[in-house]
Design a protein around this ligand. Structure first.
Ligand code: ZN
Length: 342
């Protein structure tokens, strides 16, 4: 079975918002990523996001269908830090129980995946929990954090995210602040991935100007679905030119305008998006970035147990075995091999 290493999921914040015993919950049938579904679908791991929702009790991505939304309210550092630390704790519990393997290097990831496990690389989606002195960043790095997106779709001291909207691109607000540039530079020095998904277009090109490879862990092509969360041809080309990565986001609302309006999409929509990402970013710089447990999913890919259907769709679409392996696993691992230095 084709193994998948994926650019983005929200299982840790789902388990935190659900409450109770995360190990028991991960063993059950709930959510889009769980132990059984991963084994069935060949989900071998990926970036596991630490994400601070507005409130622990209002986690409901399935309600998001269509419509443009204002930017979410800013989040204070203390509650953000509380939720992030709790989610690191959940990741540690899953690791101790043998349900995932926390990894900080590519050899660790390959060993875990080769043994049939789930390799988890910790990612911070929105850096509200980090102080201006970047001390929390050092602590999170010591706990295994190896990837960071400065913003989610909010305004922060680092820069601004895009509000969720249709018929407009990601040029919705300012780029990185001076503090944001310091944060990105420190992440780069620590050998971490810097993720631009959710960031404004100005912020995206600010990071390019700083000389980093451009990465969008879970974003799609604007040409096929004109939302603020997707990337223009110019942005996708910049990802290819800088040796970065873009991960296909399965969220129905970012695949097509119909998906945005209805919350429904198909595997064909995923393939159309992959064609567009490949045409602009190039075949070495495209991977998967599911958004499992963070978004409504296409028919036939309702959870990670459905991943073989996506692989079959790639085969039927005419992708060869070598390209499929690059998209599913190898491109992310090659990129991480170039990036993770500590
Ligand atoms: Zn996201």
């Amino acid at each position: 079975m084709q193994l998948i290493f994926d650019g983005h999921n929200d299982v840790l914040s789902r388990l935190w918002c659900t409450g109770g015993d995360p190990v028991a919950c991960f063993s059950g049938d709930g959510g889009q990523i769980n132990a059984r579904g991963a084994a069935k679908g060949g989900f071998g791991g990926g970036f596991f996001a630490l994400y601070s929702p507005q409130s622990r009790t209002t986690y409901d991505f399935t309600g998001f269908k269509g419509g443009s939304m204002p930017l979410a309210a800013p989040l204070q550092q203390a509650p953000a830090l509380q939720s992030v630390m709790a989610q690191v704790g959940i990741a540690r519990r899953l690791h101790e129980a043998g349900q995932v393997t926390l990894c900080t290097t590519v050899p660790q990831i390959e060993t875990a995946m080769g043994a049939g496990g789930i390799a988890a690389l910790l990612h911070l989606e929105g850096a509200e929990c980090i102080d201006p002195e970047l001390l929390v960043l050092e602590a999170l790095h010591a706990l295994g954090l190896r990837s960071l997106g400065p913003v989610w779709s909010r305004s922060t001291i680092w820069g601004e995210g895009v509000p969720f909207g249709i018929d407009r691109d990601g040029d919705t607000g300012p780029g990185l602040t001076a503090d944001g540039r310091r944060l990105v530079a420190r992440c780069h020095a620590l050998g971490m991935v810097v993720d631009t998904s959710h960031l404004t277009m100005k912020g995206f090109f600010d990071i390019a100007e700083m000389g980093l490879p451009l990465v969008a862990t879970h974003s799609n092509a604007f040409d096929l679905c004109p939302t603020t969360r997707n990337l223009t041809v110019q942005q996708l080309r910049a990802i290819g030119e800088t040796g970065g990565m873009v991960g296909l986001n399965y969220a129905t609302v970012f695949l097509s305008p119909q998906g945005w309006a209805s919350g429904r999409a198909t595997l064909d929509d995923c393939l159309r998006q992959l064609d567009a990402l490949l045409a602009s970013a190039g075949e070495d710089c495209v991977g998967l970035g599911s958004d499992f447990d963070g978004a409504p999913m296409p028919d036939g890919l309702e959870s990670c147990a459905g991943l073989p259907a996506l692989v079959t769709a790639m085969e039927r679409h005419g992708y060869g075995a070598a390209l499929i392996d690059k998209l599913c696993r190898a491109n992310w691992l090659a990129f991480l091999n170039r990036t993770l230095t500590m």
